[in-house]
Design a protein around this ligand. Sequence first.
Ligand code: ZN
Length: 164
Amino acid sequence: MNEVAVVQQGGALSVAQIKQREYKIQWQREMRRRFASKHGYSTASYYATGRLRAQVLRRDDYKCVRCGMTDPEHKTEWGRPITIDHKDKNRKNNALENLQTLCLRCHGNKDLIYRLRWPKALSHRGEIMARRAAGQTYQAIADAVGLSIAVVWKWIQLWGKERA
Ligand SMILES: [Zn+2]
């Protein structure tokens, strides 16, 4: 990179500043990785619930409030911790009473977000079903096609029914 190639509001950045920035990004990435491996969920989901995730889980006895699936059962079935849902679908409303523990299945059934993603999901239909038929996890498929795991799960259920 050119020494004065990166121009920000404050003017050109020196090589030292650029290196410092790269170091900071790597450090932040490492911190996020450590957080995820320690807690079992990402910093993103931690901040999305106003840092109340642990409190909500404790209150709900680490179980889906709809079907009773436990967090360990969830990790076994889905390969990731149980989710925290915003009852009113407003992600900024992190009042404790607006948050509830839900498994991905109940979460997917509740939220109709997948309808909004229909064109995108439809364009990936062949790939999604082929990957599922090959035994890939919902998470792996979601990552591969860039959709949320709940959306992928929901569409696989619906498409599966159509064929049956
Ligand atoms: Zn559930």
